[in-house]
Design a protein around this ligand. Structure first.
Ligand code: HEC
Ligand code: HEC
Ligand code: HEC
Ligand code: HEC
Ligand code: HEC
Ligand code: HEC
Length: 427
């Protein structure tokens, strides 16, 4: 009898765990819709032919090349176009060479799979959505029936507890009536807690297993919740922010057409935490001579002279007339976050463009990455630390390789050197 009960309880336990997993899988399917809405819906309709900036994606699985093509395209279409891929160049030209965003560094392989899954599946029939609408409208209707599995479990536990209490009193009174008819003494009236203790004492192993599962489950969800902070706050990302600056300074003209190195102006990017914005003296190195621009003539460059107190007619500086330029900051991490450029650019060997997009093409500087916690963490999870030519890592890497020889394919990503520790990024 006793064994029967624990067997049933174990089965119930497995069933509960299973239900939770099924629910979290359903939630994953909805992630695709959310990711699409966040990243793609500005330029694409997911389930129709309607052209926005990019083509409607209906029938994309039939027309695009098979294999990994779609994934490669979505992660880095620039690379694919440059590689000479025929289909990539065809659609690029057909769409007037409009540039699609490069998502490498922002989306993981899993994200892309989720997005493709969403495009492939028929649109869920949300109320009031007609086939002509774009997905931006359709997914605005929140996915239906998405109850947090946590609430379901809590509900189930409450129902079980009530049921247990009821059964217990029924059982006691039944047993007592049997005892009365046998003429033996009635059972003592134990409190629920006393009885529960006795019950648990008899089933230590089962109780232990449940306790461990609850403990780890709790720890895991706390942990996940921490890393989701960035995800929940995605909506306030400033991605796409490109304020108008006091001077029409163009990166395209300077860093692109005239091929001036980024470090010429952002000179501290390899040495310190900040990349730095050049002072007007740096501009004057060239603009003392260059007094006219191709687009705005003398008008914009005159502002440089005004800021530095320079008189182009006499060629003299008047320090009393200096009036520093007030550039508007494009990227703004909150004060509680620590980000270090030299660590990423020099040690991590990451290109400016990975985080800032193709600045050489920008006439107005723009924030291209979300700068959310999720963004930092996802890159740390998948980017391998550069080992070559770094004596410290060379040694460490060799030691690790020897230690785990033949056991693992040692992939040494940033998270393994502490890139997910809260204190590394937060004061
Ligand atoms: C800034 C606008 C923009 C965004 C954002 C964007 N795309 Fe595109 N996409 C384009 C353009 C434009 C094209 C056409 C090719 C070209 O001009 O580069 C394209 C082409 C495509 C194609 C090939 C279409 C065909 O008909 O063969 C696919 C697939 C695609 N995009 C998927 C995505 C996915 C998935 C996302 C989100 C992760 C996304 N795109 C985000 C603009 C965008
Ligand atoms: C001739 C000087 C010059 C060169 C060269 C230059 N920049 Fe800049 N950069 C500036 C100035 C001035 C600003 C501030 C005005 C603005 O935002 O447009 C700026 C702003 C930026 C910003 C936005 C900063 C913010 O406010 O958040 C980024 C990112 C940036 N530059 C990246 C680059 C990269 C990458 C390169 C090389 C491809 C580069 N810059 C080359 C002068 C330069
Ligand atoms: C290394 C040299 C160099 C530096 C440093 C430099 N510029 Fe220039 N700038 C150029 C050149 C070259 C041109 C283009 C002249 C032409 O094509 O006629 C130019 C053109 C311009 C124009 C004219 C744009 C137009 O289309 O009319 C502006 C405005 C300008 N620069 C602002 C700045 C500012 C602000 C700084 C400092 C943050 C700066 N430049 C630093 C080389 C430089
Ligand atoms: C790993 C991502 C990453 C890389 C790589 C990167 N940046 Fe940044 N950059 C950022 C972030 C994040 C900020 C915002 C920092 C802040 O607000 O404190 C930023 C800010 C800036 C700014 C604004 C001024 C400042 O110091 O905050 C400039 C200019 C800039 N970056 C230039 C560059 C240049 C030039 C390179 C390449 C040599 C580069 N960045 C490489 C992530 C990156
Ligand atoms: C494009 C990928 C990428 C992005 C995006 C990125 N990082 Fe990193 N980060 C790296 C790499 C690679 C390293 C390892 C550098 C090294 O070898 O020490 C690193 C290292 C770090 C470290 C040092 C970790 C340690 O244990 O020494 C901190 C702190 C850090 N990043 C903060 C941030 C923050 C904050 C952001 C977001 C604002 C961010 N990173 C975004 C790639 C990235
Ligand atoms: C790789 C860098 C990185 C790591 C590691 C990291 N964070 Fe963050 N965190 C960020 C960035 C960047 C932001 C700012 C996000 C924004 O403004 O959207 C942020 C924001 C936050 C916020 C505030 C959210 C808000 O609305 O501004 C909290 C709270 C937070 N992090 C907690 C944590 C905890 C707890 C951990 C450890 C489990 C952690 N972070 C680890 C980079 C990191």
């Amino acid at each position: 009898m006793k064994n029967n009960i624990s067997r049933i309880s174990l089965k119930a336990l497995i069933a509960i765990v299973f239900t939770v997993f099924t629910f979290s899988n359903q939630l994953n399917a909805q992630d695709g819709a959310k990711l699409f809405k966040q990243n793609c819906a500005v330029c694409h309709a997911s389930h129709t032919d309607q052209k926005l900036t990019g083509p409607g994606l209906k029938g994309i699985f039939d027309r695009a090349p098979k294999g990994d093509w779609l994934k490669n395209w979505i992660l880095n279409n620039e690379k694919l176009i440059k590689s000479g891929d025929a289909y990539a160049n065809k659609i690029y030209n057909e769409n007037g060479k409009a540039a699609m965003t490069v998502f490498e560094g922002q989306l993981t392989d899993k994200d892309v799979d989720a997005i493709l899954g969403f495009i492939k599946a028929p649109l869920p029939a949300a109320p009031g959505v007609t086939p002509g609408q774009t997905v931006a409208d359709a997914t605005n209707a929140e996915p239906q029936g998405s109850i947090d599995p946590l609430y379901l479990i809590l509900g189930a536990i409450i129902v079980l507890a009530v049921l247990l209490g009821a059964l217990r009193s029924v059982r006691t009174s039944l047993q007592n009536s049997v005892r009365r008819s046998e003429g033996s003494e009635e059972l003592p009236d134990l409190t629920f807690w006393q009885e529960a203790k006795a019950w648990m004492g008899q089933r230590r192993r089962l109780v232990g297993v449940i306790a461990i599962i609850l403990l780890f489950g709790g720890m895991k969800s706390c942990w996940d919740a921490c890393y989701r902070i960035g995800v929940y706050y995605d909506y306030k990302t400033q991605k796409g922010y490109k304020p108008e600056q006091p001077i029409k300074f163009s990166h395209k003209l300077h860093a692109g057409d005239n091929e001036i190195a980024c470090q010429y102006c952002h000179s501290s990017v390899e040495k310190s935490r900040h990349a730095g914005i050049p002072s007007v003296n740096i501009c004057m190195n060239c603009h003392k001579g260059i007094q006219k621009g191709p687009q705005y003539g003398e008008k914009e460059i005159a502002k440089i002279y005004e800021a530095s107190g320079f008189d182009p007619k006499t060629g003299n500086y008047d320090n009393s007339k200096q009036n520093p330029l007030k550039w508007i900051k494009v990227h703004n991490l909150p004060d509680h976050v620590y980000f270090n450029h030299s660590q990423h650019v020099v040690v991590g060997k990451i290109e400016c463009a990975t985080c800032h997009g193709n600045v050489k093409e920008m006439t107005v500087a723009e924030q291209k990455s979300p700068l959310t916690m999720k963004w930092c963490i996802e890159c740390h999870r998948k980017t391998e630390v550069v080992m070559q030519g770094n004596a410290y890592y060379d040694r460490l890497h060799k030691a690790l390789k020897e230690k785990y020889a033949g056991q693992y394919d040692v992939k040494f990503t940033v998270d393994k050197i502490g890139g997910l520790e809260c204190a590394k990024c937060h004061y």
